[in-house]
Design a protein around this ligand. Structure first.
Ligand SMILES: Nc1nc2c(ncn2[C@@H]2O[C@H](COP(=O)(O)OP(=O)(O)OP(=O)(O)O)[C@@H](O)[C@H]2O)c(=O)[nH]1
Length: 446
């Protein structure tokens, strides 16, 4: 497809000459006789490149340049000026111009500069897409997902729509890897992503958030609709039999645990919603996996004059329970979701306290031990520490610690050494929070 070039110049004859030359070279051309007209065009339509005069009456070329570079999808700008003052060259390049060509221009040199700028733009776009795409499944990675979902949430705020966020985690995925190898696990992840794409709507934002964890952001939906979509996916997945190209006799069946939250709270941030949905997903895990757990966001309940949040769990179509009251969340132990922890020991608070004392004694040094293992490049110790900590964090309901440790554990398993340092920081903070929380509440029993 021919690239579109916008030429901005106050001199009519220059505009005509450039238009002629550029059309001759195969480009589509738009012209503007000043900054105001140019910005109007850029607001209306996409342009691949801008040729911009520097000295113009009314809005100067510098001013126009600053406005263009501030656009969300700014096209590359080549300055085209009669001035060969080196300060002009430096200033415009510093403000964001791609190149600087002096007038009178030599057509074939100008064409070469244009081709170069367009090539660079294409490469940059390819790199930006890679930065946002998961290389295995080709859906959004965490960066891409968060960027798009954040836009959905801002749009929802402006239009007072609800947004649903679902966090999905494949059940017992480690066992798939253990049985069928990492390549077998990869095939499962790809099939999982394909099914996500086919089950959710085109404008739902889908992403792979971590190893075997995925997220879906559903714009403008009611809880019932979002829950139905999650359930449709969960059921389709449970019925899907995945075969491996390298081992046609092997078949794999998997299930998924889903946490779903729907919010129309204008102050909800994506991070908060994802955290809430993640907590619900771990409830689905604790409650036996292969199910969706959802809870209406507080503000939505408030709008319905409902004091308590509703917890909805759904294992199959005739097991939809909309009346299970949620336990009020306790602040008893910092960094620990008391409800999850206590539920993991069938509600026995005394036993839960004993487990926390054991956790404190066994893991209070973990931060230093993990730091040491990273420092020594001792992968075996690191894997063993993170794997154990991840498991116990989940069972005491320390979900933040669990999530961060899980990320570090995955990186250790995949030997992503360069990620260790930055993944360790949140683990260290989360351990501190939990250890200090236990000390504060159970000090005399430790
Ligand atoms: N094949 C493959 N495995 C991955 C990838 N990323 C993470 N994993 C693996 O995913 C597994 C996740 O295991 P766990 O976090 O223990 O969870 P699980 O076995 O799914 O158990 P539950 O979540 O509790 O049901 C680990 O073995 C990781 O090595 C990947 O890109 N490819």
């Amino acid at each position: 497809m021919n690239s579109t070039i916008l030429v901005i110049d106050d001199a009519k004859d220059t505009l005509m000459l450039l238009e002629f030359d550029l059309i001759e070279a195969g480009y589509k051309v738009l012209t503007a006789n000043g900054g105001e007209q140019a910005l109007e065009i850029l607001n209306r339509q996409a342009v691949d490149l801008v040729l911009l005069d520097l000295h113009m009456p009314k809005m100067s070329g510098m001013e126009v340049l600053a406005n263009i570079t501030a656009l969300e999808t700014a096209p590359p700008v080549i300055m085209l000026s009669a001035s060969d003052d080196e300060n002009d060259v430096v200033k415009t390049l510093d403000v964001g111009a791609e190149d600087y060509v002096t007038k009178p221009y030599v057509a074939k040199v100008l064409y070469a500069r244009i081709r170069n700028a367009l090539r660079l733009k294409e490469k940059t776009q390819e790199l930006e897409a890679l930065l946002r795409t998961d290389s295995l499944t080709h859906i959004n990675n965490r960066v891409g997902y968060e960027e798009l979902a954040t836009k959905v949430i801002s749009h929802a705020k402006r239009n007072k729509h609800r947004t649903a966020i679902a966090m999905l985690d494949i059940d017992h995925f480690k066992a798939v890897n253990d049985t069928h190898g990492h390549d077998g696990g990869d095939v499962v992840l790809v099939e999982f992503a394909k099914l996500l794409i086919s089950c959710f709507r085109d404008y739902d934002v889908i992403g792979r958030i971590g190893g075997e964890e995925f997220a879906v952001c559903m714009p403008n939906v009611r809880l019932e609709t979002a829950l139905a979509a999650c359930e449709r996916f969960r059921e389709s997945l449970a019925q899907l039999t995945i075969s491996l190209p390298d081992d046609p006799d092997a078949t794999i069946n998997i299930t998924v645990s889903i946490g779903l939250i729907v919010s129309n709270d204008p102050d909800s941030m994506l991070d908060d919603l994802m955290r809430e949905a993640d907590k619900l997903m771990y409830r689905a895990k604790s409650a036996g996996r292969n199910q969706t757990v959802t809870e209406k966001n507080k503000s939505e309940n408030a709008a319905n004059n409902n004091k308590d949040n509703e917890l909805v769990t759904s294992k199959d179509n005739n097991n939809l329970n909309t009346n299970t009251p949620k336990q009020p969340e306790s602040e008893k132990y910092a960094g620990i979701d008391f409800d999850i922890g206590v539920n993991n020991v069938l509600g026995d608070e005394g036993l839960f306290e004993e487990i926390l004392v054991m956790f404190y004694q066994d893991h209070k040094q973990d931060k230093d031990k993990i730091a040491q293992a990273i420092n020594d490049n001792d992968l075996l110790t690191l894997k063993s520490l993170t794997h154990t900590l991840k498991g116990v964090a989940c069972s005491i309901g320390a979900m933040e610690l669990f999530n961060h440790t899980k990320a570090l554990d995955n990186a250790a398993n995949d030997q992503k050494l360069q990620e260790f340092d930055y993944l360790f920081k949140p683990v260290a903070l989360a351990i501190n929070k939990v250890i200090n929380g236990i000390e504060t509440t159970l000090g005399d029993k430790l």
